[in-house]
Design a protein around this ligand. Structure first.
Ligand SMILES: [Zn+2]
Length: 99
């Protein structure tokens, strides 16, 4: 048997923010600050001062996923859809269709 004296491995690793912003959040926090302030005030109060905080945390995380993460995913166009329009007014002729 050997006693492990040097336990540097954190027992509570960070997790992804439930708001879908892609940030890592410390285990003890529900979300990043930006997403936290998007929560309805009653949910925030329940998390910080509620009598059943575990339930409140679950509710708040679910709210963020449903109201922030999915909305962001739906409203953000895929970056590959960006097309550069090259010189629409003239420039070098490019594959003309004339006769
Ligand atoms: Zn976030």
């Amino acid at each position: 048997m050997s006693l492990v004296a040097d336990t540097k491995v954190p027992s509570s690793p960070p997790h992804d923010c439930p708001g879908g912003c892609g940030r890592e959040v410390p285990h003890r926090k529900l979300s990043c600050p930006d997403c936290w302030w998007l929560l309805p005030v009653e949910l925030r109060k329940a998390v910080t001062h509620g009598t059943n905080r575990l339930t409140a945390v679950g509710e708040a995380a679910r709210w963020l996923r449903e109201n922030v993460a999915e909305v962001q995913a739906a409203s953000t166009p895929a970056p590959t859809l960006r097309i550069t329009i090259a010189d629409p007014f003239g420039g070098a002729p490019h594959g003309g269709r004339r006769g």
